[in-house]
Write a protein that binds this ligand. Sequence first.
Ligand SMILES: *[C@@H]1O[C@H](CO)[C@@H](O)[C@H](O)[C@H]1NC(C)=O
Ligand SMILES: *[C@@H]1O[C@H](CO)[C@@H](O)[C@H](O)[C@H]1NC(C)=O
Length: 372
Amino acid sequence: MGRCLVVSQLAAVIALVVVVICGNLAGESEAARAFFVFGDSLVDNGNNNFLATTARADAPPYGIDYPTHRATGRFSNGLNIPDLISEALGASEATLPYLSPALNGERLLVGANFASAGIGILNDTGIQFLNIIRISRQMQYFQQYQQRVAGLIGQQQAQRLVNDALVLITLGGNDFVNNYYLVPFSARSRQFALPDYVVYLISEYRKILARLYELGARRVLVTGTGPLGCVPAERAMRSRNGECAVELQRAAGLFNPQMIDMISSLNAEIGSPVFIAANAHEMNMDFVTNPQAYGFVTSKVACCGQGPYNGIGLCTPASNLCPNRDIYAFWDPFHPSERANRIIVQQILTGDNKYMHPMNLSTVLAIDNSRT
Ligand SMILES: *[C@@H]1O[C@H](CO)[C@@H](O)[C@H](O)[C@H]1NC(C)=O
Ligand SMILES: *[C@@H]1O[C@H](CO)[C@@H](O)[C@H](O)[C@H]1NC(C)=O
């Protein structure tokens, strides 16, 4: 009887140990896949805080609706597009900026954000912002990141983490706003007519995506440019009555469809739908054209700024600030509010092929999850 009790206690201990070990393993395999982000201010979550640049969002009222209510470097009142995609992936926290000293050890395994406000597809985009991380440098950091992770979990596991990850890249807007159209008679506008410039940008974007593939990316969400001419800054500076600026809208209208075609051809070459195109222009135009249908009072006036449409200059502590950010489509003269970002990410997740090519993110996630 006594011995029996001991044995059963031992069995209980073993069972407990088994439960703990299995629980741990399950916990590991159920951890959200890693997430990597490349691109410009639409997806930067703080790298520029660590750089000597004028393209920054590290002072109030930026971040006013962020969980900490502090400016983080995100160009939003609250969460930005990568934050909301992390949420959809079930990640417990947002990926840290690669330059953050807090990004080390285990936290590297969650992924990293390499984006830098002001950059574009071309190296000469954003030169006025001085020290920013151009896309080729972002990809060098990605290589460096992989070496660091290999040091942590071994080469093979690091490779697997990268292959299994979701990647987001957002480029193109600055190649118009902060390059071709930055000043009248810019070097690029003298070199190229707009349609030829778009063709050139798309060919350079293709090289960047091919390089990401070489570096191990196997699921890459690629967004095109938003409604460049309809942002409050351009309504204020380039249109007579606050209508969308025609030339910039023409640019976005040319860029997005060609980006989608380029991605189809790249996928065909690879033989797999590695790249997923998001038509950011269409997604934004829904609420830009019909703000009331999406619960906004306006899509013309920025929440934070000054001058016509609050579209002039930067959003600073001295700017006008709206009391309720949720009813503005634009937070500052160039960037959507958190609520607009939520509408965009919802379309990325569930949009039909007016928005997503060749499929939406929920379909991607369902396919990828069924594989593992
Ligand atoms: C941009 O600069 C990088 C690094 O200097 C270089 O490798 C790349 O070829 C340049 N891209 C273009 C389009 O000139
Ligand atoms: C996503 O795309 C699929 C395939 O195109 C479509 O059937 C579905 O309705 C879309 N939305 C969701 C939520 O999956």
